[in-house]
Design a protein around this ligand. Structure first.
Ligand code: NDP
Length: 251
C-alpha cells in the first residue's frame, strides 16, 4: 500500500465511466477519498455505490468540466466535503472520430474544450487548495494519439492530447512553488464504453497488433496514475508515461 495516498482527497474528472472509474477504484482501494466528477448522475451514483460497496469512500459532484464556474464550484465542494484537495486527476475527455475533410469548427472546439481547456480550468481551480496544503499532485490523462502516434480521424483529438502535454510542462514550473507536481499518463487502447463504440472487429485487430496481445484495462492506467500521485513520485514533474502494452514500439 502507498501510505501517502491514504485519506488523501482526490478529484477524478470523468470518473463515472471508463478510465476515470478505473483510477477512482484504484485510488479508493488505497484508502483515498474520491470525488467522482461527471455530468451524468446515474453513472456517477453507480460509481460511488460500487466504491462504497468495496469499502472505499466516495462522493459525487455533477460538473461540466468545460465551464469555469462549475469547475470552481466542484473543487470548492470537494474541499468542503473532504477537508481539502490533495490530488487532481484531470481525466474527462471525448474522442469523436472524424476525418479533417468532414470536421467542423464546432467539432474542433468541442474536443478542445472538453480535453484541453478543462485540464487548465481544473488545475487553476485547485491551485489555492494546493497552496493551502503546502503540497499537491496532478495527474493528467493524455493519450498516445497526438503526442507519439496518429490515427486517421483524430486530428482534433490528437492536437488536444498533445496540447495537454505542452500545458503541463509550463504548469510543472509554475506549480513547483506550491510543492505540487503535474505529470501525465498516455494510455494506448484501453477497454471502455468510449472505445467499444469503435466496433469489435476494430478492437480485435487492435489487440492482435499489440505486443502484450491485449487491450488495456482501466486499472492499468489507475496504477500508473497512483504512482504519480504518491509521495514516492515527489521528484518527478512535467513528465509523461506511455501505458500501451508496447503498442508504439517499432516492429
Ligand atoms: P469514457 O467515454 O468511457 O468516459 C468519459 C468520462 O468523461 C465520463 O465519465 C464522462 O461522463 C466524462 N465527461 C465527458 N465530457 C465531460 C464534461 N464536459 N464534463 C464532465 N465530464 C465529462 O472515456 P474513457 O474512459 O475511454 O476516456 C477517459 C480519458 O482517457 C479521456 O481523456 C480520453 O481521451 C483518454 N484516453 C482514453 C483511451 C481509451 O482507449 N479509452 C486511450 C487514450 C486516452 P459524462 O458523460 O457523464 O459527463
Amino acid at each position: 500500500m502507498l501510505t501517502s495516498i491514504q485519506n488523501r482527497s482526490v478529484i477524478v474528472t470523468g470518473a463515472s465511466k471508463g478510465i476515470g472509474k478505473g483510477i477512482a477504484t484504484v485510488f479508493a482501494a488505497q484508502g483515498a477519498k474520491i470525488m467522482v466528477v461527471a455530468r451524468g448522475e446515474a453513472d456517477a451514483v453507480k460509481t460511488v455505490e460500487e466504491i462504497s460497496a468495496a469499502g472505499g469512500t466516495a462522493e459525487y459532484t455533477l460538473c461540466d468540466v468545460t465551464d469555469e464556474d462549475q469547475v470552481a464550484a466542484m473543487v470548492a465542494k470537494t474541499a468542503d466535503t473532504f477537508g481539502g484537495v490533495d490530488i487532481l486527476c484531470a481525466n474527462a475527455g471525448i474522442f469523436p472520430q472524424k476525418k479533417i475533410i468532414e470536421l467542423t469548427g464546432d467539432d474542433w472546439d468541442a474536443v478542445m474544450q472538453t480535453n484541453l481547456k478543462s485540464t487548465f480550468l481544473c488545475v487553476k481551480a485547485c491551485i489555492p487548495y494546493f497552496e493551502k496544503n503546502g503540497r499537491g499532485r496532478v495527474v493528467v490523462t493524455s493519450s498516445i494519439t497526438g503526442p507519439v502516434t496518429a490515427f486517421p480521424g483524430w486530428a482534433h483529438y490528437g492536437a488536444s492530447k498533445a496540447g495537454q502535454l505542452g500545458f503541463l510542462k509550463t504548469a510543472a514550473m509554475e506549480l513547483s512553488r506550491y510543492n505540487t507536481t503535474i505529470n501525465a499518463v498516455m494510455p494506448g487502447n484501453i477497454v471502455t464504453e468510449g472505445l467499444e463504440g469503435l466496433g469489435q472487429d476494430y478492437l480485435d485487430t487492435m489487440a492482435a497488433s499489440i505486443p502484450l496481445k491485449r487491450l488495456g484495462d482501466v486499472k492499468d492506467i489507475g496504477y500508473a496514475a497512483l504512482f504519480f500521485a504518491s509521495d514516492e513520485a515527489a521528484y518527478i514533474t512535467g513528465q509523461s508515461i506511455v501505458v500501451d502494452g508496447g503498442q508504439i514500439l517499432p516492429e
